[in-house]
Design a protein around this ligand. Structure first.
Ligand code: D41
Length: 717
């Protein structure tokens, strides 16, 4: 700071001359902008919050005295960005509609017939009038609405529930495909809608970078795009290879186009990217031929698509057709079927999970399935291998549908080479201990009996411990855990809280900053909610939902520990009862109480008390309690008057508006009980994209099925 500035600063606001005030405002603006940047973008503030507030207060006081000196770019005109409170909500001026799906050709024919009949009835369309359709590849990304006023980008929002999305303006401004200013003449107000996506090659490269840095990798380009866009720090988004195809408008004032294809042309003139595969088709035959052509070239396109969208080209007809619930009558998405492919089975590997469950995994000659390189597929379990008679060296048919793990459907018997041998499930764990494999009495699962000693289980348990639903340690990736485990830094959960900055910063690829960041992320989790803590323990059969039910029932950690010990003692005294009613009535109060918790029966109750009966588990918990505090369970306020109150719900398939986790949490907050499988007791099944057997089962049982849109509407957005 210069001497002169210092002198000015000492002058009370009341005594400043206008000239001095002008100078002082310029200086303050600059200072505030510099500190904003240090704080928000570099995470490296130089002054205390109080000192920063003092700068802003002085600026405001001077501006109040000399309003004529307030400039448009004064810090007082900007709202300081919230550091990490998530994204602000934005209401779309026009709702973002969803699309109906067609899978078979006759559903497309049916769609066109409905359109024709509707127009014949409403505007006496003549029978031989052509209804032209714009056909656009359906990009598998995430939809966005970008608002321009007088040609300037003012706001960008995610689709959200269609009515309200999240403000991602700062992030969207970093996309090269999105013009900040529209080229040429532009409407006074224009909302451009389209899809943010990532090219497959860019996605693979991003994942490689992420993995090398020990950061989270993404399952597919769509998740990569979503994860990259939804960054609170827009500088991270700026470094990600995001692209944008524009395809629709929301509010448009004035609208100077009469057809969709004309609008697409305008988009390119304004500076947007429009998918080059888009075609105008005049007959059903032309539409279906295009669908097959694009389908055949699907894998060689540089980005993922999951169908072709057909739109009635004329805007006046679109307006007459209108929409039903939230889908336009004038558009439909013709989806591609789940992709299948044949490839060579090079080997069968055995994966060991945190509870020792062993899953056979097919190691495949890598093959492109619907645009994604598949090198592994699940074989589910030993029985499945036997049923399919899959042998190493076989050519197998695999299938990939949406987000689900690819699976082996069967063997191409004609192509079986000579000399193959039936697969024998190993009798020893693949870990160094070579412990025996046991087959569970009641099922098909085989387990390594090594328990806590098995290195695979140790690593998996640690991964579970830090995972998002458990301790949720930010920035501690899977590769880190394996490396820390190998180097002896992390063997038991408690070691996490004993990691020292010095152990980290000395590691290859680490420095002071990354070490501090991880230590801070760990410290941030030294207080944890009871349900997360229970989940983190990784008790067999206890997942997120059951952990929550237990937390709700017992309230705080001490009460839960004591109840579990008492239940264990009761069970040891009466080990025979296995029927629930009998167990509840006869074994004892605490064991009975445990059996009555949601989703828990005698088998699960036994697993819980067995867990507490193991001395080393008691030790693990005791040590953890020396490092962390467990917060009592706080029930989310439950709305008693919601349509889901007291109902049993299942979510299946991929949801668009929110993650499955978030949707389930929302349902619970509305008083629903969320379960994983469909039965006669289920009240609602919410079906997202690519839903499989659960949706089918719901239909068979006559359970009420809700689309994502219906669910959102009933849940109040
Ligand atoms: O490529 C796409 N994913 C795409 C999505 C597209 N080319 N056009 C679309 N058009 C619409 C309407 C007709 C409603 C304006 C869409 C979507 N909607 C859409 N994407 C996700 C939900 C709806």
């Amino acid at each position: 700071m210069s001497r002169a500035a210092k002198v000015v600063e000492r002058i009370a606001v009341d005594e400043l001359t206008k000239r001095q005030a002008d100078k002082e405002l310029a200086r303050l603006s600059q200072e505030i902008a510099r500190h904003d940047k240090l704080y928000h973008q570099q995470d490296a503030p130089e002054i205390s919050d109080a000192a920063y507030d003092a700068l802003r207060q002085r600026l405001k006081a001077i501006e109040a005295r000399f309003p004529e000196l307030v400039t448009l770019d004064s810090p007082s005109m900007r709202v300081a960005p919230a550091p990490s409170a998530g994204f602000a909500k934005v209401r779309h001026a026009r709702p973002m509609l969803s699309l109906d799906n067609a899978f078979a050709d006759d559903e497309v024919t049916g769609f066109l017939e409905r359109v024709r009949r509707f127009l014949e009835r409403e505007i006496a369309l003549e029978a031989d009038t052509e209804i032209a359709l714009t056909c656009e590849p359906k990009i598998d990304g995430l939809s966005l609405s970008i608002r321009y006023e007088n040609g300037e980008l003012v706001r960008a929002a995610t689709r959200g529930d269609g009515s309200e999305g999240e403000d991602v303006t700062a992030n969207v401004r970093t996309l090269a495909d999105v013009p900040k200013t529209l080229k040429g003449r532009a409407p006074a107000v224009l909302e451009v809608r389209g899809e943010v996506y990532m090219r497959r090659a860019d996605f693979v490269a991003l994942n490689e970078r992420q993995a090398a840095a020990g950061e989270k990798t993404f399952a597919n380009p769509r998740n990569g795009a979503a994860g990259s866009l939804r960054q609170l720090d827009a500088t991270i988004t700026a470094g990600r290879p995001l692209r944008f195809f524009a395809y629709a408008w929301g509010e448009a004032e004035p609208r100077a186009w009469d057809t969709q294809h004309e609008f697409l042309k305008r988009l390119t003139q304004w500076g947007f990217q429009v998918n080059p595969e888009t075609k105008l088709c005049r007959t059903v035959d032309a539409v279906l031929a295009l669908y097959r052509d694009i389908g055949a070239r699907r894998a060689s396109l540089p980005y993922d698509i999951d169908g072709v969208v057909y739109k009635v080209d004329r805007v006046d007809w679109q307006a007459i057709l209108g929409f039903v619930s939230r889908s336009p009558r004038w558009a439909i998405a013709h989806k591609f079927p789940a992709e299948k492919a044949q490839t060579l089975l090079n080997g069968i590997a055995i994966q060991v999970g945190r509870t020792g469950a062993m899953t056979p995994v097919a190691e495949l000659e890598p093959i492109n399935v619907g645009g994604v390189l598949v090198a592994r597929a699940t074989l589910h379990n030993a029985d499945e291998i036997e049923r399919l008679d899959v042998r190493v060296g076989d050519t197998v048919t695999i299938q990939r549908a949406g987000d689900v793990i690819p699976q082996v459907l069967g063997v191409v018997m004609e192509r079986r080479p000579r000399g193959t041998k039936p697969f024998h499930f190993p009798e020893k764990c693949p870990c160094d201990l070579k412990t025996a494999v046991v087959r569970e009495e009641d099922g098909v699962v085989r387990r390594c009996s090594g328990g806590l000693e098995c290195p695979y289980q140790q690593v998996e348990r640690l991964r579970h411990f830090v995972s998002r639903q458990s301790f949720d340690i930010e920035g501690l990736g899977w590769t880190h855990i394996e490396n820390f485990w190998r180097d002896g830094l992390l063997k038991q959960p408690v070691d996490l809280f004993r990691l020292r900055r010095d152990d980290l910063r000395k590691r290859v690829g680490w420095g002071d900053q990354s070490a501090d960041k991880l230590i801070a992320a760990i410290d941030a989790r030294r207080a944890i909610a009871l349900d997360r803590f229970i989940n983190a323990l990784g008790i067999p059969s206890i997942g997120e939902a059951t952990a929550k039910a237990l937390a709700r029932e017992y309230g705080d950690a001490q009460a839960w520990f004591e109840a579990m010990r008492a239940a264990g003692a009761e069970r040891t005294a009466k080990p025979d009862a296995t029927k629930k009613e009998k167990a509840v009535a006869e074994i004892g109060v605490e064991f009975g109480r445990l059996c009555n918790v949601q989703d828990i029966g005698v088998t699960t109750a036994d697993k819980i008390v067995a867990f507490f009966g193991e001395g080393h588990n008691e030790t693990i918990i005791r040590e953890l309690l020396g490092e962390i505090t467990i917060e009592p369970f706080r029930a989310a306020a439950v709305a008693a008057d919601s349509p889901f109150s007291g109902k049993v719900m299942v979510f299946t398939g991929t949801l668009q508006a929110m993650s499955r986790d978030a949707a389930e949490a929302k349902a619970e907050s509305l008083g629903a009980k969320v379960t994983g499988s469909v039965s006669k007791k289920t009240d609602f099944v919410v079906v997202g994209a690519d839903a499989g057997s659960k949706a089918k089962k719901a239909a068979e049982l006559g359970v009420r099925i809700l689309s994502e849109e219906e669910w959102l509407a009933m849940a109040g957005g």
